[in-house]
Design a protein around this ligand. Structure first.
Ligand code: HEC
Length: 189
């Protein structure tokens, strides 16, 4: 190695030292000069606020045999619902109109606005949507209500989507759609 090479090496390392010292000074100034920079690590600030964390408190355990007292319904099969539940609503204009709106939102996609099982997604289903006009002829209001609440073999449950009154309004609308039969005209209701 020649002397000139050594000189060049020394010059380069001096330059590197000056550069890194300047960089360190700038960083130190940036950190001390800005109060916000001191809040690091900022990414968990929100996490550290006063809050109840999920499952921090164990869910309340219901005493054995506890039953809901408001708007609650006992679990029951469709067969039991068919003979023990009765429609408390009459076929008023209001009930029919609300039932129709709910039916259009939740049911028509499969059963069709005609109720004949010809909704736009019906062709996707291996078990076709029931023809509700036909079944209204032999099924009770309680059976329809139970089906809406708990679902069927492939039909989804609408227990969370509607309160009991709304489910009965859908039943009122189904009776209306099927030819104006009202509760009591199908045996067993
Ligand atoms: C995803 C499609 C789908 C939707 C949405 C749907 N159903 Fe059904 N429904 C079915 C299918 C399929 C059957 C027949 C097989 C079964 O019981 O699951 C059925 C069966 C029924 C039956 C029983 C008919 C009988 O004679 O056994 C009733 C009543 C009924 N649906 C009413 C409704 C009402 C009211 C809604 C809206 C709240 C609704 N369905 C929403 C697919 C659907």
């Amino acid at each position: 190695m020649r002397a000139s090479d050594l000189g060049r090496g020394a010059r380069t390392s001096r330059r590197t030292k000056v550069f890194s010292t300047t960089l360190a000074l700038i960083s130190a100034l940036a950190i001390c000069g800005s109060r916000r920079a001191m809040a690091f690590p900022w990414s968990i600030d929100m996490f550290r606020t006063e809050s109840v964390k999920p499952l921090q408190e164990a869910p309340r355990v219901m005493p054995p045999d506890a039953l809901p007292t408001k708007n609650g319904e006992l679990p029951m099969s469709r067969v039991v619902a068919a003979r023990s539940l009765h429609n408390p609503l009459g076929p008023t204009e209001d009930n029919i109109a609300h039932g129709k709106d709910l039916y259009a939102t939740y049911c028509a996609v499969c059963h069709g606005m005609t109720g004949k099982g010809d909704g736009p997604v019906a062709y996707w289903l291996t078990i076709p949507p029931a023809n509700l006009i036909t079944s209204a002829g032999f099924q009770t209001d309680g059976y329809m209500y139970g089906t809406i609440r708990d679902g069927g073999i492939v039909m989804p449950s609408y227990a969370d989507a509607m309160v009991p009154k709304e489910r009965w309004q859908v039943v009122v609308f189904l009776r209306y759609l099927a030819g104006g039969k009202t509760a009591g005209q199908v045996s067993g209701k």
